[in-house]
Design a protein around this ligand. Sequence first.
Ligand code: PGA
Length: 224
Amino acid sequence: MKKLFLVANWKSNKTVGEAESWIEEIKNLKVEGRNSEVVLCPPFTLLYPLKKLIADYKLPITLGAQDVSPFPDGAYTGEVSARMLRDLEVKFVIIGHSERRKYFKEDDQTLTNKVKETLDAGLTPIFCVQDKTTPVPDGVKIIAYEPIFAIGTGTAETPEKSNETAGDFKELIGKDLIVLYGGSVTHENAGDFCRQQNINGVLVGGASLDPVKFSQIIYHAAQI
Ligand code: PGA
């Protein structure tokens, strides 16, 4: 049975109180699936309180970050280094999301540096690619295929087309590459993506903000 990664990307949403409410709701819902790893990527401000809540309630949730500094610790005002993330028990880092590329002008070199910092700290990058032309830095083992038109629009790519693109990336990078799909994932389509041969899970934005919707995604993925 293939392993699935069900990744929640909260983007720039939720206060500490709102994150606590999300956990209070989801802790009563079944989050364990079949061979699934649930990864929650909140804003930096929520990593510490969530780490404590996940430990207190012994929830089967792994923490991820949405970004990381392209530099090590040092005089880089405003940045959060990979070492700091590791200290908070973060295991995954989303790198190269199209919103970071668009609004923060992150270029290929910056993204390569972020991947290097992440790997050096012993964390796993989840590298976002927009299409087949997106360069993937060395050492990346998990990518998320997120076509721009599908992000936050309610119009997902078809599972079949995503499977095809995932296959192309595997051919290019290696058959062990793990490919996730992201872009307008809902509880209605999550299972269809996870069922594709070349796809090992989903990266969920909007639908992950609601604990009920996100746990339905986990539930549907567990059925395949
Ligand atoms: P969406 O976002 O699920 O809201 O489309 C996905 C993403 O940007 O990772």
